[in-house]
Design a protein around this ligand. Sequence first.
Ligand code: NAD
Length: 290
Amino acid sequence: MTLPGGCLASLHVQCSNREPKQVQRQGQIMATTAFSLAGKKALITGGASGIGATTAGILRDLGAAVALTDVNTEGLAAQSEALGGCLTFECDVSDEAQAEAIVAAAADALGGLDIAVNSAGVVDEVKYALEREMEPWQRVMDVNLKGTFQMCRAAARVMVPQGQGAIVNIASVNGPGGWPRRTAYGPSKAAIVALTKELACEWGPRGVRVNAVGPGYVATPMIAGLIEDGKIDTERLNNRTPLGRLATSEEIGQSIAFLASDWASYITGETLFVDGGWMAYGGAGDVKTF
Ligand SMILES: NC(=O)c1ccc[n+]([C@@H]2O[C@H](COP(=O)([O-])OP(=O)(O)OC[C@H]3O[C@@H](n4cnc5c(N)ncnc54)[C@H](O)[C@@H]3O)[C@@H](O)[C@H]2O)c1
């Protein structure tokens, strides 16, 4: 199927509305019957990799029908296969026409839209401000901030007339904190915290909740790239984190699922930091030796 904006959509067989159940993944219980997403229809950006891909599995395991979007078509096909088949849409979230077309097409195919998770994002160059050029800086803003806004707006165009819906954005501890060499990524994530509050206030009276999860460092392909390039030192991060390690993408996905669920029915405008205590720590140096 070809959609406006040159996007491609693939339709795979999907067994939706599965009963929620206890799920075993990699030897760990990853989701429980604590709450259910049975009957919910969810669209996840950045669904081809990392947090988005893992969240798709968790939402599906909790009973939601899921559709994935990403710029990475191979990754989308692989994730669809891993989920046993689901709707996938190629989409660059920074492109307004594509964002509008894909959300409308996904809602059409799913029969509505109850949950939108905006996990598409890019890291910046990790460079000092004085060395920065504007084009890569702008690209980070276009994907992380403009892309998130466009997908929120397109989702709300479906959810507001329905009178209900839940949107979950992805911020970062890089947003509220002041981090040298993160002058594109950090501001893009800080703006997502602000955007989440503003949209929550606009759409709350119309039944749509908007929240964000603010992860600390998470073991995903995004971070693997930074570690490989020597731009991140895992040991230093572990030592600075009260819980002493990076997060797994499952730990972030479970928080996203909670905020998307009716168990969070009175929560809106919040950014839930899922960071192993990173934001709580105010000491100097390693947390264990302070
Ligand atoms: N990994 C971490 O430590 C960490 C920490 C805080 C926040 N985050 C945020 O979590 C989100 C997911 O990150 P991740 O770690 O899973 O990274 P990831 O690289 O594994 O996944 C990001 C996905 O976004 C897709 N994407 C990139 N640009 C896109 C665009 N223009 N349109 C559509 N899709 C696009 C990529 O193809 C990829 O599949 C991002 O917003 C990231 O900033 C990650």
